[in-house]
Design a protein around this ligand. Structure first.
Ligand code: FAD
Length: 453
């Protein structure tokens, strides 16, 4: 039988190794720690949480809470260990990070079908892709040697840097303060326009200049990425630069005044279901709390819910829509799989999820399983919604994505009401709507029962 190699014992690689080994397939897991550490990794254990010790919300009204529940239903190692080492954090699943990673390391090391090789994989050519499987889970901070080798092998579709504008929930926009229009009425699709008067703009501008940013500690890498300047840096070049740049009002007449506003922020549709919109030209290094504070000063966004905050950082990821099939398997190289942040999912739990799905796809390929038992790929689940997004989003604008309810097919008000009754949901408003999506996702799993909250 073919050998299975996994590169990287992070969140995705550890989950994938465990799932594949539990299916009875021997795995060789390559991990460069403790010989070599990325700039963010610090401890010798597997599945290290490089920053926050929180796996975010555990509540089902939040898509990442649903994702974790789906992973529990799929016997995820990482979530089981996180539950075991949970520490108090309100509605979030936070863990004792050392105990969490140490436990996972022990389980992987002791697994009879997993062989751990503590070495950096420098070159993909080391593997015979005709006759062995390779699952790449080396993360957003893949070592430079491997990055170069992957770049050679995969070409221009492997990105080094991530610059994303914030994405907000459509429903949270105050549409009484915005108008829909494309500049000069041209182009396909209308933008949502948030108009500023002079006074509002000046307050926003001062707040933007004063806002806290994430320090640029990888300056050389940052310099590599010159095509995209953060909004706050454009602002620092003078009070009018934004008015001639991302906030230019030209060609956008506000129907309530019949005139061009002083400045305009445009929101562009971000998903097929039109439930998410991004702030055009707002790539930023503002801290997440500052983004919330300052961008809520934009007219119409006073109560905006941020599905994803803007980031600009080193983040190696693949253009998966161009290259991967639904289960994170390469479209043309059958034995090649990807998992984790390198596929374009964003976040700890999302990385675990893609590791689990990639492993299950590999297991099916290994044993030539053809049946339809792939709940985790159903587009109404969060695991499936993420896999569909990553492998079939518009490749030209592909950006990494967190778990969110905008990834699953949208429901009409009538459909939602029917499902509210079916699933005994008494909660009203936004919470009630979210629980409908949550329970619809979970209902695809055999373990689902109605009184889950
Ligand atoms: C600085 C930073 C902070 C982040 N903070 C958060 C956060 O707070 N919350 C959140 O949800 N998400 C966060 N993320 C995003 C993401 O969730 C994490 O990066 C997550 O760890 C990704 O999981 P992964 O399994 O894809 O990669 P990783 O967990 O990074 O695992 C990759 C593993 O591969 C190993 N490796 C790399 N190259 C090689 C090689 N050539 N040979 C062998 N081994 C190799 C690494 O040592 C590592 O152990 C952050 C990302 C970064 C970069």
């Amino acid at each position: 039988m073919k050998k299975v190699n996994i590169i990287g014992a992070g969140l995705a690689g550890s989950e994938a190794a465990y799932q594949i080994a539990e299916a009875g397939i021997p795995v060789v897991l390559y991990e460069m720690k403790p010989d070599k550490y990325s700039p963010a990794h610090k401890i010798p254990y597997f599945a290290e949480l490089v920053c926050s010790n929180s796996l975010r919300s555990n509540l089902l009204e939040n898509a990442v809470g649903v994702l974790k529940q789906e992973l529990r239903y799929q016997n995820s190692l990482i979530i089981a260990v996180a539950d075991k080492h949970q520490i108090p954090a309100g509605g979030a699943l936070a863990v004792d990070r050392t105990e969490f990673s140490r436990t996972i390391t022990n389980i992987i090391n002791e697994h009879p079908l997993i062989t751990v090789e503590h070495k950096e994989v420098k070159d993909l050519a080391k593997f015979d892709l005709e006759n062995e499987y390779v699952l790449i889970a080396s993360g957003p901070l893949t070592s430079d040697n491997l990055y170069k080798s992957l770049k050679n092998f995969l070409g221009e579709d492997l990105y080094f840097f991530d610059a994303v504008a914030p994405i907000i929930e459509y429903e949270s926009i105050d549409h009484s303060r915005t108008f829909k229009a494309s500049r000069y009425g041209k182009g396909i699709g209308e933008y949502i326009n948030c108009p500023f008067n002079k006074e509002q703009y000046e307050l926003f501008y001062q707040a933007l200049l004063a806002a806290k940013t994430v320090p640029i500690n990888e300056l050389d890498e940052f310099n590599l990425f010159q095509g995209c300047m953060p909004i706050e840096e454009i602002a620092r070049q003078g009070p009018n630069t934004l008015l001639f740049g991302p906030l230019k009002p030209i060609g956008l007449n506000d129907p309530t005044t019949g005139k061009e506003p002083y400045a305009v922020v445009q929101l562009r549709q971000d998903n097929q279901a039109a439930t998410l919109y991004n702030l055009v030209g707002f790539q930023t290094r503002l801290t997440w709390s500052e983004q919330k504070r300052v961008f809520r000063m934009i007219p119409g966004l006073e109560n905006a819910i941020f599905e994803r905050f803007g980031v600009m950082h080193r983040n190696i990821y693949y253009n998966s829509p161009n290259n991967l099939k639904l289960g994170y398997q390469h479209k043309t190289i059958n034995n090649l799989f990807f998992a984790g942040q390198i596929t374009g999912v964003e976040g700890y739990v999302e990385s675990v999820g893609s590791g689990l799905v990639a492993a299950k796809t590999l297991i099916r390929d290994y044993f030539s399983i053809q049946d339809e038992n792939t709940t985790y790929l159903n587009p109404e689940t969060i695991l499936g919604g993420l896999a569909h997004y990553v492998t079939s989003a518009e490749s030209k604008y592909f950006q990494p994505m967190n778990a969110n309810f905008g990834l699953v097919p949208a429901l009409t008000a009538t459909e939602r009401n029917q499902l509210k009754q079916k699933y005994n949901i008494s909660e009203k408003g936004r919470r009630g709507r979210r629980l409908v999506y949550a329970r619809r996702a979970l209902s695809h799993y055999p373990q689902f029962h109605l009184n889950i909250s």
